[in-house]
Design a protein around this ligand. Sequence first.
Ligand code: G4P
Length: 281
Amino acid sequence: MDIQWYPGHMTKAKRQMQEDIKLIDLIIELVDARCPRSSGNPDIDELGRNKARLVLLNKADLASEEGNRLWAAAYKEKGVSVLTVDSRNKTTLKQINGIISEACKEKIERDRRKGIKNRPIRAMVAGIPNVGKSTFINSYIGRASTKTGNKPGVTKGKQWIRVSKFLELLDTPGILWPKFEDELVGRNLAFVGSVKEEVLNVEELAVLFLDFCKEKYPGVLAERYGVEESLPSPELLVGIGEKRGCLVKNQEVSTEKAAKLIMDEFRSGRLGRMTLELPSE
Ligand code: G4P
């Protein structure tokens, strides 16, 4: 499967990110909990050197609990502060302030040694498109601002949201570009819907997804669609289309409709919680 990205967007996003990063102490990097490696951007290591880092495994509600546990442990082992969250659900963000302090403890200590007291931490949210940056900012600010009663303030042309006495957040998230360095990365990003549909062949994608399900989550397709999983995936696609009445005018199965249905059911969690890649793989 050949996936195209747009170099124009990439260059602009990278330049903006390099500018904004100079202004901050902490990068809050969102990755998709279903595929943290594929949805992360290795360039952030270079861009964010000397900055505190916090990784949020977002959409954790859609990933397997075992996968979430293993990924959180893998980041911690590398010394990276990490939290699993569902950004649409404010209660999962409860622990975030504690984790931010932990991620920034070196900066707080540096300030203390220089005699600087109570300088707020400046942070930005970053991640690839569709990972949930806006959703996170809205949930987090909503919760924090009702608590502190602070209003957004303006500093040197940049909009900073005063989240609390100790944290200011850049109101526009940093857009990172995905790295399609291997086929699996492209596949995973396409599965979760982070690649524009127009550049994909949805039937081809669904066949790959059926292959994945049969191997990693055996029984799920049989249970959801009442199909025989031992069939080759292209036939399985037709079978699911039949079962679900994905038909065109002459009563023939539309594999395109079937493919869209399957991908939609996966992305919305109706096929159950699934993790696409594990740290050990
Ligand atoms: P972005 O700013 O990084 O581009 O992402 P955005 O917040 O727009 O979120 C993209 C989609 O992901 C949204 O769905 C949003 O509701 C969903 N989303 C964000 N965080 C979570 C999460 O933790 N769990 C789940 N389950 N969903 C989350 P949408 O607006 O409905 O778009 P779409 O689903 O139609 O693409």
